[in-house]
Design a binder for this molecule. Structure first.
Ligand SMILES: *Cc1c(COP(=O)(O)O)cnc(C)c1O
Length: 437
């Protein structure tokens, strides 16, 4: 019989991977809680929540049972002209939990499509409003919004997509006022970002449709964090200028920053919000783009050209909706939000064990996310340090996947104090090994 790895090697193309130089993939057979079990008998602590999607731990029985029940009842139905209880109920439950005013839920399949929908919504909102000249978007340096063409355009500030430049539309970039523990220059960085916004407003204010950003934490750029105060100032200025604000909470949603949503933590209500990764607790691909009644109303009319021309084969897949509803149930049953400050404390204690290390810079924590930069001559996503540390962490049974020279820990919420302690011991060992050379 051919092994998983031999079949994989022959036929599979992996994401974000240079297959020629990457190590062999690790074949995982099962997972439970924070643990992954490999075919070859190894075990891993999943400290990045499997690319930031898992929140309650793997194979959570409540969610698995809800999906199984739904699969035996209604697995899928066309969502144009039809609806079903799991979708309607999920829309209702999300609206109850989102910032007040976000009341209309559009379903799609993944974070990238949630962003595509947000961009199309913003553009057409203005068009339907008689301001068809508002076609430009602003985004942030370092921002990442997914890999489809519109999402790559909005995320061109992350620098991954230069190869596809000819496909992308123009987006204006604002500096991201990144900050960390003990940073004394944050106010100046925020002023610079707001000043750049003023320049765009002065030069192209009446052609701007929306600003898109990852609130509080830029994930792929290296867990770069900003202050809630900055989001408040930005949102106030955009409201005054009459420009829409899109929050891409694909990563920050569902508890990551310590509150259910970063927008709640920052006390800023965007006009449009994108949610995905944690939505189904990491069980199934699904996303939503949620907006206000005012924006929804602009799409009503007698003609089809005013409608949002968007929809996917699997829009509002009932299995995904059932998983999401079960996940919200787990949030209630396990009082998950109340556990998050505890995780934040453990993360701070873990980082504190690295304080003063000559290779450790810019320590930062936001809710359940902790990160620091490793001093490197080749700082950035392709820094050799990332691959070196990743291999070391794998050897020691940790799934950690540094973003270049940025090491971060983003665990599922079932993580224990002992598991995080163990992680920081291994991280310190990894740094010691780098120091030796
Ligand atoms: C992961 C991510 C996306 C893209 O989501 P996919 O499900 O990978 O398409 C978009 N925005 C942010 C902030 C993300 O972290």
């Amino acid at each position: 019989m051919l092994t998983t790895l031999s079949l994989d090697r022959r036929h599979v193309w992996h994401p974000f991977t240079q297959a020629q130089t990457a190590p062999e993939p690790i074949a995982i057979t099962s997972a439970k809680g924070i643990r992954l079990y490999a075919e070859d008998g190894r075990e891993f602590l999943d400290l990045i929540s499997s690319w930031w999607v898992n929140i309650h731990g793997h194979a959570h029985p409540t969610i698995a049972a809800a999906i199984a029940r739904q699969a035996h009842t209604l697995e899928q139905v066309i969502f144009a002209g039809f609806t079903h209880q799991p979708a309607a109920q999920l829309a209702h439950e999300l609206v109850q939990r989102l910032p007040v005013g976000l009341t209309r839920v559009f379903f799609s399949d993944d974070g990238s499509t949630a962003v595509e929908v947000a961009l199309k919504m913003a553009l057409q909102y203005w068009r339907n409003h008689g301001e068809a000249q508002r076609t430009r978007f602003l985004a942030f340096e370092g921002g990442y919004h997914g890999d489809t063409v519109g999402a790559m355009s909005a995320g061109k500030g992350c620098g991954f997509f230069d190869t596809y430049g000819s496909l992308l539309f123009e987006v204006g970039l604002l500096p991201f006022p990144e900050t960390w523990d003990g940073d004394t220059a944050v106010a100046a960085k925020e002023q610079a970002a707001l000043a750049q916004l003023e320049t765009y407003l002065a030069e192209q204010g009446d052609t701007l449709a929306a600003v898109i950003m990852e609130p509080l934490v830029q994930g792929s750029a290296g867990m770069r964090m900003c202050r809630p105060e900055f989001l408040q100032a930005l949102a106030a200025r955009l409201r005054e200028a009459g420009i829409l604000l899109i929050f891409d909470e694909v990563m920050t949603g569902f508890g990551r920053t310590g509150a259910l949503f970063a927008s709640i933590k920052a006390q800023v209500t965007p006009d449009i919000i994108c949610l995905s990764k944690g939505l189904t607790a990491g069980f199934l691909p699904m996303s939503v783009t949620v907006t206000s009644e005012a924006i929804y109303a602009a799409f009503l009319g007698e003609t089809f050209d005013r409608a949002l021309v968007h929809g996917h084969s699997f829009t509002a897949n009932p299995l995904g909706c059932a998983a999401s509803l079960a996940s919200l149930q787990v949030f209630d049953d396990e009082k998950t939000l109340a556990k998050l400050p505890q995780i934040e404390t453990w993360q701070r204690q873990g980082l504190a064990t690295l304080a003063g290390h000559p290779l450790v810079q810019r320590m930062r924590v936001m809710g359940t996310i902790a990160a620091f930069d490793v001093v490197a001559a080749d700082a950035g996503y392709t820094s050799a340090i990332g691959a070196q540390l990743k291999a070391f962490f794998h050897e020691r049974g940790l799934l950690l996947r540094p973003l270049g020279n940025v090491v971060y820990v983003l665990p599922p919420y079932c993580v224990t104090e002992a598991e995080l302690k163990q992680a920081y011991v291994v991280i310190a060992d990894g740094l010691a090994q780098l120091a030796v050379g």
